[in-house]
Ligand binder design. Structure first.
Ligand code: SAM
Ligand code: SF4
Length: 349
């Protein structure tokens, strides 16, 4: 059965009594992104500073707590769960969390369990992910040039990521590539990257740099509008608008010559908030109702306060009732400070 077509309201019996999460703008919240760690084995220039200070481990939720938190959202109608970070696959014991969450796939409550990764650990984990019911993953890769890759990620090993992508495909995982468009860095590689990805049966999505956290570089230096990326692609490829949607911010076109999809995530040039179906949790149990706003709710306190999930449900409900209509990202010459102080690795990309 195609999981996309499965009834989105399928939930186990004990869970059916719980109301779904609907925000004040009548958007149903059915997608949760969970940052399982703020740590990473890379230091991408747009994401982290080289000397990042990470959270003390005591502040970070245990794997059992993360499981309980995710399961509470599943009980309230979340059908898609994405593990992210930081780098989710560097969290010690991560496979026990994946395995445990996979029970919600088996019960039918969850339609999709997925993750976003830099690919560095995929040779180790790809087969296990697939065995636990993960069908598709996003791998972040901004260049096909090993030297550039090292310059962008500071610490990354290009060969290891390529081997990771091979391992993921060999294990039967559908891989989608996410690439941040970086002015003067990968501008010249846009079409080769599309052809490479499509040649391997992978879709590719380009992302504009978002003003999250102070990374010690000027955003204006990094910012490449995707309108320019698209225009450049259109010089050599026939791009046809495609109705494919994930309920998220990406808009897709299909390249007639390659047959593959190209996604564009343009938070700065287009507003994608009206159909927002997602919320995010950090590894400390802070719930962000919007990636681009500071408002947040602490779920760790209610989680730890009681063995009952009721205080947690109440805190989640209060938070969803405050989900804002949209974000206010701005990059301009007058406002050089990041629009949101926290880094992407905290909230989870
Ligand atoms: N470490 C994993 C990875 O790199 O895929 C998961 C976490 S990472 C924060 C998730 C995504 O956010 C990556 O695709 C990364 O390129 C993207 N990202 C990080 N900082 C960003 C920023 N300031 N603007 C746009 N995308 C960003
Ligand atoms: Fe790590 Fe992902 Fe951030 Fe790069 S984008 S530093 S891989 S968390």
């Amino acid at each position: 059965m195609n999981i996309q077509n499965r009834n989105t309201d399928l939930r186990s019996e004990s869970e059916t009594a719980r109301p779904l999460l609907i925000d004040p703008f009548a958007r149903r919240i059915d997608y949760l992104r969970v940052s399982v760690t703020d740590r990473c084995d890379f230091r991408c220039v747009y994401c982290m500073s080289e000397d990042m200070a990470f959270l003390p481990k005591a502040n970070v939720l245990s794997l059992e707590e993360l499981d309980r938190l995710c399961s509470a959202f599943v009980a309230r109608g979340v059908t898609k769960l994405r593990l992210t970070g930081g780098e989710p696959l560097v969290r010690r014991g991560i496979m026990t969390l994946v395995e445990s969450l996979s029970r919600h796939l088996k019960s039918g409550a969850l339609r999709e369990l997925t993750l976003t990764t830099n690919g560095s650990q995929l040779t180790k984990y790809a087969a296990e992910l697939k065995a636990h019911g993960v069908e598709r993953i996003n791998v972040s890769l901004d260049t096909l040039d090993a030297d550039k890759f090292r310059a962008i990620t500071r610490w990354g090993d290009f060969g290891k990521v390529m081997a990771g992508i091979d391992a993921a495909q060999a294990a039967g995982l559908h891989v989608k590539i996410n690439a941040v468009a970086l002015k003067g860095v990968n501008e010249d590689e846009i079409r080769p990257m599309v052809e490479w990805a499509h040649g391997r049966g992978m879709d590719i999505t380009f992302i504009e740099v978002m003003p999250l956290g102070d990374v010690g570089e000027q955003r204006l230096d990094q910012y490449l509008p995707l309108s320019m990326v698209r225009a450049r692609l259109a010089e050599r490829l026939t791009l046809e608008d495609d109705a494919y949607r994930t309920g998220g911010p990406a808009r897709y076109v299909r390249a007639r010559e390659t047959g593959g999809l190209i996604g564009f995530i343009t938070p700065l040039t287009h507003n994608f908030c009206e159909s927002c179906n997602r919320v995010r949790i950090t590894c400390t149990g802070t719930l962000y109702m919007c990636l681009g706003q500071e408002d947040a709710a602490d779920l760790r306190a209610p989680l730890r306060a009681s063995e009952s999930d009721e205080p947690l449900y109440e805190a989640i409900e209060r938070a969803i009732a405050r989900k804002p209509k949209g974000h206010d990202f701005v990059i301009d010459r007058r406002k050089q400070r990041p629009a949101v102080q926290r880094h992407m690795s905290v909230t989870g990309g």
